[in-house]
Design a protein around this ligand. Structure first.
Ligand code: FES
Ligand code: MG
Length: 588
């Protein structure tokens, strides 16, 4: 009697205007409420933690197998400080993690699975608002997609990039320089012992990749769409200003719950368009295309591949970071970071200034006076790295629903090109043949790789930037046109045409290419054409049989049956949309 009375009193006197979700668990005086409170109190929480204050979920992707997120348990403590300070009740919970360096066949196969984990975990628990702790590439979209489908007040905290890599007195960048080292090994310009010395110099601190790869691009997208606090993307993981940011995130999410500032109230079409333009200014990862298409789908925002091309056309790449340029994320932070880039875009009329952000201010209010300290890192428009930096969408009989290319990482000379196709049906076949001295390949050839799309591999791995043959590297060839239905690492570079849709494994035009065919690439006219007569292509199509499915598990069966093609973000068809977070039925 006394306890129920006490709790009733607490809830009656302090009842929020619209009852919080968590009140459905902790606010009653029945057996279920007793159970919910009692077991939580077993962790040592005082009675008044259940008085109706906002309960903040801290969704943690910490894992020893995701080295980029391995510092997250300490960071979560800083978020909790902020939540307590603001009068909230923090509850940290784990979800599956996605570590690029360790997962096979590819983390992308599991992005949608983790998004389901996140969505169900949020909805099933007494959570009023949530902080998403993200870092390594896929952790960011997976958590945002799941949380977007729930649409509670949500704030994203990225884990921060590593400090600049160091090797023999020079800076080296995650991923990007590995590709160079591997080429140097092939040509004999580097010894294996030197490469292994570089291995530890590259990853010398906590944090995620410090090139403008996928992790940094997605952290930048978080800031650009307004889901993170200013400087979320660039403060190095090892810089204690990252801890301060985490504490501020904890304080702010409590306010967001009080204001009922939900995910979909922050992110609308304007926010996504801003993010697409920021990605062009960054020379950001091609993976961002897939992830923002999928996120928009969750939020029921009608975004297409063509929006990427249209919005990026007049945006120059002004951020001089590897793989498109020279510097690394640490330099970018000291130069002014994403706020400086947003300011430049706003001043050029390339920003929806009134887009909302999590701190309650507009994107322009947050960034209009951002300082820029190094104009070689954040260039003025007139000294851009590339005048039109946006992702290019190519179409033709090889990719009827589109393929993409990142011009800032490509060789301008190859943007208009005809070449003879060298075709690989799998990455294993590529590896077996590429360094065969008898392979009839020259610098003008076009390497084609297929059966590496969402269902094909399965999971659309980052194998699209196939390395060049050793014999051509030795002749000094630096780049060749490569076409595939795969993805490539955000840290990679080259004239690489990716994400061909529909993919070969479901009968896309890429499946019909034969070795020796002529392919025409015309970036200016957005054309990707297989120069073979239509009736010949029809004969080939009639003779085509799909490859045997590569799936080996229940989840993979579900993935293969429901995954959308790359032009639609490769989400599972039944996950598209916003389902909300209505309180589920009682468990007991
Ligand atoms: Fe984790 Fe690059 S491997 S961010
Ligand atoms: Mg990556």
């Amino acid at each position: 009697g006394r306890i129920a009375f006490q709790n009733r009193n607490l809830f009656m006197s302090d009842a929020p205007k619209s009852p919080r979700r968590s009140t459905a668990w902790f606010g009653g005086s029945d057996r279920a409420a007793f159970l919910h409170r009692s077991w939580m109190k077993g962790q040592g929480h005082p009675d008044d933690m259940f008085d109706g204050r906002p309960i903040i979920g801290i969704c943690n992707t910490w894992s020893d197998l995701t080295p980029c997120n391995a510092h997250f348990r300490a960071l979560a403590e800083r978020i909790k400080r902020g939540v307590y300070e603001a009068g909230g009740f923090p509850v940290e919970f784990p979800v599956s993690s996605l570590g690029e360096p360790t997962m096979r066949p590819t983390t992308m196969l599991f992005r949608n699975l983790v998004s389901m984990d996140v969505e169900e975990a949020i909805r099933a628990h007494p959570i009023d608002g949530v902080v998403l702790m993200v870092g390594c590439d896929k952790t960011t979209p997976a958590l945002m997609m799941g949380a977007a489908s729930c649409d509670l007040p949500t704030l994203v905290l990225s884990g921060g990039p590593m400090l600049n890599g160091k090797f023999r007195g020079h800076d080296i960048g995650s991923g990007t320089d590995v590709f160079r080292f591997m080429d140097a090994l092939k040509t004999g310009d580097m010894l294996l012992a030197e490469v292994s010395e570089a291995e530890s110099g590259m990853t010398r601190s906590i944090g995620h990749c410090m090139t403008m790869g996928t992790a940094s691009s997605m952290a930048s997208m978080v800031e650009a769409i307004g889901m993170g606090l200013p400087d979320n993307a660039t403060i190095p993981a090892a810089d204690t200003r990252r801890w301060r940011l985490a504490q501020l995130v904890g304080r702010r999410i409590v306010g967001m719950v009080e204001e009922d500032l939900t995910f979909s109230k922050v992110v609308d079409r304007r926010s996504i368009e801003n993010a697409i333009r920021v990605n062009a200014a960054l020379g950001g990862s091609t993976n961002a295309v897939l992830h923002l298409l999928a996120l928009a789908g969750r939020l029921e925002i009608d975004l297409t591949l063509d929006d990427w091309d249209r919005l990026g056309r007049d945006v120059p790449t002004i951020v001089n970071l590897k793989p498109s340029g020279d510097y690394l994320m640490e330099d970018f932070y000291y130069a002014g970071g994403i706020p400086g880039v947003i300011r430049r875009l706003g001043e050029a009329g390339l920003l929806h200034r009134d887009a909302a952000t999590v701190n309650g201010r507009t994107i322009w209010e947050n960034n209009s006076e951002a300082p820029i300290y190094n104009e070689d890192v954040i260039r003025p428009f007139e000294r851009s790295l590339m005048a039109s930096g946006g992702v290019v969408v190519l179409r033709g009989n090889i990719a009827e629903n589109g393929a993409i290319m990142k011009p800032s990482a490509a060789t301008p000379r190859l943007s208009q090109h005809r070449g003879r196709a060298i075709v690989f049906d799998s990455i294993e076949e590529y590896r077996a043949r590429i360094d065969d001295p008898e392979l009839d390949i020259d610098a003008d050839s076009i390497m084609v790789l297929r059966n590496c799309g969402p269902t094909g591999y399965p999971g659309m791995p980052e194998v699209g930037n196939m390395g060049l043959p050793a014999k051509l590297l030795r002749q000094g060839v630096k780049d060749m046109v490569r076409i595939s239905d795969a993805r490539m690492s955000g840290t990679a570079y080259g004239t690489v045409i990716l994400h061909c849709a529909p993919e070969a494994a479901v009968g896309g035009g890429l499946a019909l290419v034969q070795e020796g065919d002529i392919i025409e690439v015309d970036v200016a006219n957005r054309r990707l054409h297989l120069d073979v007569a239509p009736d010949v292509l029809e004969q080939r199509r009639a003779a085509w049989t799909p490859p045997a499915p590569g799936m080996t598990s229940g989840y993979q069966y579900m993935h293969a049956s429901h995954v959308l093609q790359a032009d639609r973000g490769a989400d599972l068809d039944f996950l598209v949309g916003r389902r909300g977070a209505a309180v589920p039925r009682e468990s007991t």
